[in-house]
Design a protein around this ligand. Structure first.
Ligand code: ZN
Length: 481
C-alpha cells in the first residue's frame, strides 16, 4: 500500500464500572473493595450447586439512572443471560450478563468537548452484569491463587458506537463518563482500584472510506494517561502494519508501560464461543412507570448543564466553569462560597487558585478541607471592605487552611488589619523616600516607572498591611512635593 494513504482511527469504547452498592449483585455478600482474600463470599457468588441468585434492586436502579442520564431508552422487560466460559476467576463457569436486544438501556449519547467543540458519541447499550474474581500469579513457580471477593460485585457496562476518532477523544470520553457516574453517585470511579475500567476497541481505515478495519481491544488500562498513551501507540502500530502490506489480527492486547508498546494477550474468541442463553434462574425484570419516574426525578444536574449555568448565572468564563464542575463536591463548595460572599468571580478565583493549590500540595479532597465555604466567603468580604489586602489575605488563608481557624480570629491574633489611615502611611513613605534619595531624584526627573518601586518598599516596610491604593496616592503626593 502506498505511503501517501492517510489513515483515520475508529474507536468504540467499552467501559465497566463497579456499582457503589453495599452488597453484591445476586447475594448479600459485601461488595466492598479489598478485604482478606475470599472473606466476602457465599455459595451464590462462589457458584456452588443449588444456590439461587436474587437480583440487587439498588444495582438495577443505578443502571437505570445512568442509562437515563445518557439519554437512553429504558427497556422493559429486560432479561439476564448466561455467558458460558471457563475461567478460574469465575467458579460458576458462566457470567450473568445481559446480551442481545434488550439490555436495561439502549440508544443514548455522551457529549464530549474536544478543542473547545462539542462532539456527540452515540451510546449503544448500558447493561448490568457481575464482576469476576481476581487471579494472583505466583512469581517463580507455575501456581496461581484466586480471590473471589470481587466475584459477583455488580458491574455496569457501557458500550459506545465507534464514534471516537483519536486517542485524545478516547481520554475525553472516559473522563467525561467517569465524572457523570461519580455525579450520579452510582460508582466511585476509582480507576486505580479497578472500579472504573475502559477498554477501547481500535481499528483504522483509509481516510474517506466507510468500511471499518480489523479491530483490536486494549484491556486492563488503569489510568486516563495510560488510556491515551496506549491508544495512540496502538493506532500507530496498526498504521505501520498496513503500510508494510501486513494485516491487523483481531486480538486482545495489554499495555506494556516499560516499553511503551501494546502486546497481544490472546487472539479473539467469537461471540458464538460463549453460548449465551437466558438465565433460567432469573425472571425478566419489569419496571413500573412509578419506579422509572421516581428515578428520573432523582437525576442530579450533570456537569455540562451545571457548567452552562455557572457561565449564565455567575458570569464565569467557560474555562473556570468547566474546572469547577469536574467534580460535584467542588461545584457545591464553589456555589456555597459564591452565594455567601455575593461575589462569584472572587469565589471562583479562590477555589480554583489558592484552595486548589493547597489541597494539591497536601493531596487532599475538597471534602477534607477545614475551611468551610462560609469562612472563605468571610475572607472575601474582608478583602472587599478593605480590612486586609489581597497579599495578606493569601497568608491568612494559608493559616485558615492549616489550622481551621476563622479569618477574623487570625487577623485579630496577628494584628493584620490593613492600615488605611493616611497619616500612618505618610510616616512610612517619608522613611522610604529618605532611604532612597537616588531613586527619588530619578523619579522626579521623569522616570515614572519608579513609582512601583516606592509602593513596593512601602508595602514591605508595613509588612503588607498598608492599603496599596492609599500607599500609591501618598507616594505620588510626597514625591511631587
Ligand atoms: Zn456471596
Amino acid at each position: 500500500m502506498s505511503d501517501t494513504v492517510l489513515y483515520e482511527p475508529t474507536i468504540g469504547m467499552e467501559t465497566h464500572a463497579e456499582l457503589k452498592t453495599r452488597s453484591k449483585m445476586f447475594c448479600g455478600c459485601s461488595a466492598e473493595f479489598g478485604g482478606s482474600p475470599n472473606s466476602h463470599v457465599c455459595p451464590v457468588c462462589m457458584g456452588l450447586p443449588g444456590s439461587l441468585p436474587v437480583p440487587n434492586q439498588k444495582a438495577i436502579e443505578f443502571v437505570i439512572k445512568t442509562a437515563m442520564a445518557l439519554g437512553c431508552k429504558i427497556n422493559t422487560p429486560t432479561i439476564f443471560h448466561r455467558k458460558n466460559y471457563f475461567y478460574p476467576d469465575l467458579p460458576k463457569a458462566y457470567q450473568i450478563t445481559q446480551y442481545g436486544d434488550e439490555p436495561i438501556g439502549t440508544n443514548g449519547h455522551l457529549d464530549i468537548t474536544v478543542n473547545g467543540a462539542v462532539k456527540r458519541v452515540r451510546i449503544r447499550r448500558v447493561h448490568l452484569e457481575e464482576d469476576t474474581g481476581k487471579l494472583f500469579h505466583n512469581a517463580g513457580d507455575v501456581s496461581s491463587l484466586v480471590d473471589y471477593n470481587r466475584c459477583g460485585v455488580p458491574l455496569m457496562e457501557i458500550v459506545s458506537e465507534p464514534d471516537v476518532e483519536s486517542a485524545e477523544q478516547a481520554r475525553e470520553y472516559a473522563t467525561t463518563l467517569r465524572n457523570i457516574l461519580v455525579y450520579l453517585g452510582v460508582s466511585d470511579g476509582k480507576m486505580e482500584e479497578g472500579s472504573f475500567r475502559c477498554e477501547p476497541n481500535i481499528s483504522i481505515k483509509p481516510v474517506g472510506t466507510t468500511e471499518l478495519g480489523t479491530r483490536t481491544e486494549l484491556k486492563n488500562l488503569n489510568s486516563f494517561r495510560v488510556l491515551f498513551k496506549s491508544s495512540e501507540a496502538e493506532i500507530k502500530r496498526q498504521e505501520r502494519l498496513l503500510r508494510r502490506g501486513e494485516k491487523v489480527m483481531q486480538a486482545t492486547l495489554r499495555w506494556d508501560e516499560a516499553n511503551g508498546v501494546t502486546v497481544p494477550m490472546r487472539y479473539k474468541e467469537s461471540e458464538a464461543d460463549y453460548r449465551y442463553f437466558p438465565d433460567p434462574d432469573l425472571v425478566p425484570l419489569e419496571f413500573s412507570d412509578a419506579l422509572l419516574e421516581g428515578i428520573r426525578s432523582s437525576l442530579p444536574e450533570l456537569p455540562t448543564a451545571k457548567a452552562a449555568r455557572f457561565v449564565a448565572d455567575y458570569g464565569l468564563s467557560a474555562y473556570d466553569a468547566a474546572v469547577l464542575t469536574v467534580e460535584r463536591p467542588i461545584a457545591d463548595y464553589f456555589e456555597s462560597v459564591a452565594n455567601a460572599a455575593g461575589d462569584p468571580k472572587a469565589a471562583a478565583n479562590w477555589v480554583t487558585g489558592e484552595l486548589a493549590r493547597l489541597l494539591n500540595a497536601d493531596n487532599l479532597d475538597i471534602r477534607e478541607t477545614r475551611v468551610t465555604p462560609a469562612e472563605l466567603a468571610a475572607l472575601i468580604g474582608l478583602i472587599r471592605d478593605g480590612t486586609i489586602s489581597g497579599t495578606i489575605a493569601k497568608a491568612v488563608f494559608e493559616e485558615m487552611f492549616a489550622t481551621g481557624k476563622s479569618a477574623h480570629a487570625i487577623i485579630d491574633e496577628k494584628g493584620l488589619v490593613q492600615v488605611s489611615d493616611a497619616s500612618a502611611i505618610e510616616g512610612i513613605v517619608d522613611e522610604v523616600i529618605a532611604a532612597n534619595p537616588g531613586e527619588a531624584g530619578r523619579y522626579r526627573a521623569g522616570e515614572d516607572k519608579l513609582l512601583g518601586f516606592f509602593v513596593g518598599q512601602v508595602m514591605r516596610a508595613s509588612k503588607g498591611k498598608a492599603n496599596p491604593g492609599l500607599a500609591n496616592q501618598v507616594v505620588k503626593k510626597k514625591l511631587a512635593s
